[in-house]
Ligand binder design. Structure first.
Ligand code: HEC
Ligand code: HEC
Length: 297
């Protein structure tokens, strides 16, 4: 009779049988351990992938909902909203307000609930409520995603402090300490420069933060509109078209921005307190400079 192909399995010796049994058991264990290790790596990669996707989702939410106040790159807009992409924010902010929880919770809570009361008028508008638990538009996972996106600035923000990469933080008027972070990360006192005579318009345009919202070199046309505030490159042509003379229009636009809202823009974005922060002389020189077609930078 022909032996079947599997006849090699007909082992007679009990010792060899036991040996084979043990060998296959060991092999199975080794195999399972191997799969376990691979799976752990795979899960790690998957988790990183999820975290990355959450940040991406957060970036989109940020671009659609937050940038008009906190700036495209999170560095804040003067008088509108504080910087979040800031070394101070990541290192000192929680100390200053005496918050003992994590920064993650602070951001998530602020996003979820907003700052529903307005105790001072440092900022042009209130921080809105975002969570649908409190009447806002975001689901919980969206609050988490935008929080992850904000916290994702930490690494880059920690590089701030050099002259070419300053910390964009704007002090809260009600923060107990006005500490600035020094070279070693320790707080040092902020220096308020003594006012010295009228400042030139070029300087005012920077220190008042106009630069953050207005482009001086681009003209404002229907196809080329400044994203935050109108471009001012052709202001000398457009300023006289509003029914008053150009200088009066520009002057009013600065000291009383909500009196006339440029088409397509929102009231309350441009800070309304420039009249208190510059002297009349400074404002007039700024108006003249903005209307000069050959202005010097
Ligand atoms: C209408 C303007 C506006 C919009 C839109 C806005 N914020 Fe704010 N945000 C503010 C203002 C103003 C403050 C400061 C409020 C205060 O403390 O009085 C603030 C504060 C914050 C703070 C706390 C900062 C700190 O140091 O205390 C975080 C975090 C924050 N906003 C995140 C966001 C995120 C994320 C979004 C988008 C989902 C967003 N904000 C949209 C105006 C805005
Ligand atoms: C936070 C953003 C922001 C800052 C800072 C800001 N502006 Fe504006 N500005 C706007 C917005 C938005 C408008 C359009 C809505 C309006 O008319 O109020 C505007 C309108 C204007 C206009 C009218 C432009 C036109 O074509 O009708 C002028 C002029 C102007 N700003 C000058 C300035 C000057 C000068 C400064 C600094 C002293 C300044 N702005 C600071 C946002 C800003």
């Amino acid at each position: 009779m022909k032996r079947p192909w599997y006849s090699f399995l007909y082992v007679r010796s009990p010792i060899v049988k036991i040996g084979l049994g043990i060998a296959s058991l060991v092999l199975t264990i080794v195999l399972l351990l191997f799969i376990g290790i691979i799976e752990e790596r795979r899960m790690e990669a998957q988790t990183a992938n999820w975290a990355g996707r959450e940040i991406e989702k957060g970036a989109e939410l940020y671009a659609n909902n937050c940038y008009n106040c906190h700036g495209m790159d999170g560095k804040g807009l003067p008088g509108v909203a504080p910087a979040l992409h800031s070394k101070y924010f990541f290192t000192q902010r929680l100390n200053d307000i005496g918050w003992s929880g994590s920064l993650h919770d602070y951001v998530a809570l602020t996003v979820a609930a907003g700052r529903p009361s307005r105790v001072q008028s440092q900022w042009a508008q209130m921080m809105p409520t975002w969570s649908n638990r409190f009447g806002g538009p975001f689901r919980d996972d969206q609050v988490q995603a935008v929080t992850a996106f904000v916290l994702n600035w930490e690494e880059d923000a920690m590089q701030q402090g050099a002259a070419d990469n300053p910390d964009p933080w704007q002090y809260f008027e009600d923060a107990p300490s006005r500490a600035v972070v020094g070279e070693d990360g320790a707080p040092v006192a902020a220096v308020t420069p003594e006012p010295t005579g009228p400042r030139p318009p070029q300087e005012l345009f920077n220190v008042m933060g106009c630069l953050g919202c207005h482009n001086l070199d681009q003209p404002q046309t229907p196809n080329n509109r400044g994203p935050v505030g109108p471009n001012l490159g052709n202001l000398y042509e457009t300023a006289g078209t509003h029914g008053e003379d150009a200088a009066t229009y520009v002057h009013n636009s600065i000291v009383n921005p909500n009196a006339y809202i440029s088409e397509g823009y929102t009231a309350g974005i441009m800070p309304a307190n420039f009249g208190e922060r510059m002297s009349e002389e400074e404002i007039n020189s700024l108006v003249e400079w903005l209307l000069d077609p050959n202005r010097q930078r």
